[in-house]
Structure formats: structure tokens, C-alpha cells
Ligand binder design. Structure first.
Ligand SMILES: [Ca+2]
Ligand SMILES: [Ca+2]
Length: 152
């Protein structure tokens, strides 16, 4: 399933285990079902997959602090924005959850350190969702008003 961008693409099912393609064709959406024809060891088969209903939880990329950015890649500017939020209070990201880099439920200097260590010292990546858009696995706590980069 894709919105046409690499980071907006996710797998909804593996139709044919192994490296061969199932060559899905005739994809047709009917309400919450996606119908299509695949080739597998039985020949051609009709499939119907339920499409996940998108919950209202916003999708975002953890660590990305400049939501108006068009690139999903983390940059120094994201760390700078996080530091501006933490220490100068002059920047409030529209998605606070995205700068909780370690998904601890609060934004503190540990988030800035993790982001900087990731950017400059190849340290551990931010907690998910990363590097693709996704929803917060721990959705309580911080708000995420909007994240245009992940808006479909
Ligand atoms: Ca944190
Ligand atoms: Ca969280």
C-alpha cells in the first residue's frame, strides 16, 4: 500500500512467500476491501484483503522536528529545532511526539543527545515510527496536532 512515496509505503500482506512475485493485478477497492488477482502455486487466485481503517492517531516520523520539511531524512536542523524547543522555548513543533526521540513520554535533554548521537556518531536510531511515517506505539501523553510530511 503506498501513497507514492517511499516513506508512505507499507506492506499489508505477503501473498507469496519467497522471492517470486505474486504479480497482483486488477486491484479494485470496494469500501474497506481490496480485491485483486494474484499468481501463486495454485495458479490465478482472487484475493480480498480488508484495508486497515486509519485510526485518528496522526502519523509522523520520530526525530523529525521540522514538520514543514519535505524530506523525511533527519538533519541537523531537526536537532537544532529540538534544542530551540528545550532551551530557548522559541520553537514549538506541531507534533511534540515527534521530538520525543526515545519515546519515553517526555521531552528532555536525553532526546536531544540521542538525536545528535544518531546523526553524528551513528548511534541508535530514534524509536519508532522511524524512518517511515507511522503511528505512535505508545500514544498516551504528548500531543501531535499535525505532521504535514505524513499527511496522505
Ligand atoms: Ca524522551
Ligand atoms: Ca509515545
Amino acid at each position: 500500500m503506498s501513497d507514492g512515496r517511499a516513506w508512505g509505503t507499507r506492506r499489508i500482506a505477503d501473498l507469496r512467500a519467497g522471492p517470486e512475485s505474486s504479480d497482483p493485478r486488477l486491484l479494485t477497492r470496494v469500501n474497506d476491501l481490496l480485491f485483486f488477482v494474484v499468481s501463486n502455486k495454485y495458479g490465478k487466485e482472487l484475493w480480498a484483503l480488508p484495508l486497515e481503517r486509519e485510526s485518528s492517531e496522526p502519523r509522523f516520523i520520530r526525530g523529525k522536528a521540522s514538520a514543514e520539511d519535505v524530506s523525511p531524512t533527519l538533519e541537523v536542523a531537526d536537532a537544532v529545532n529540538l534544542l530551540r524547543y528545550l532551551f530557548l522555548g522559541e520553537f514549538i513543533p506541531p507534533c511534540l511526539e515527534s521530538i520525543d526521540v526515545d519515546d519515553s513520554g517526555s521531552i528532555d535533554v536525553a532526546d536531544a543527545i540521542r538525536l545528535l548521537v544518531y546523526l553524528f556518531l551513528s548511534g541508535p536510531a530514534p524509536a519508532g515510527p522511524f524512518p517511515s511515517c507511522g503511528q505512535d506505539p505508545t500514544p498516551a501523553g504528548l500531543s501531535c496536532e499535525s505532521f504535514p510530511l505524513c499527511a496522505l
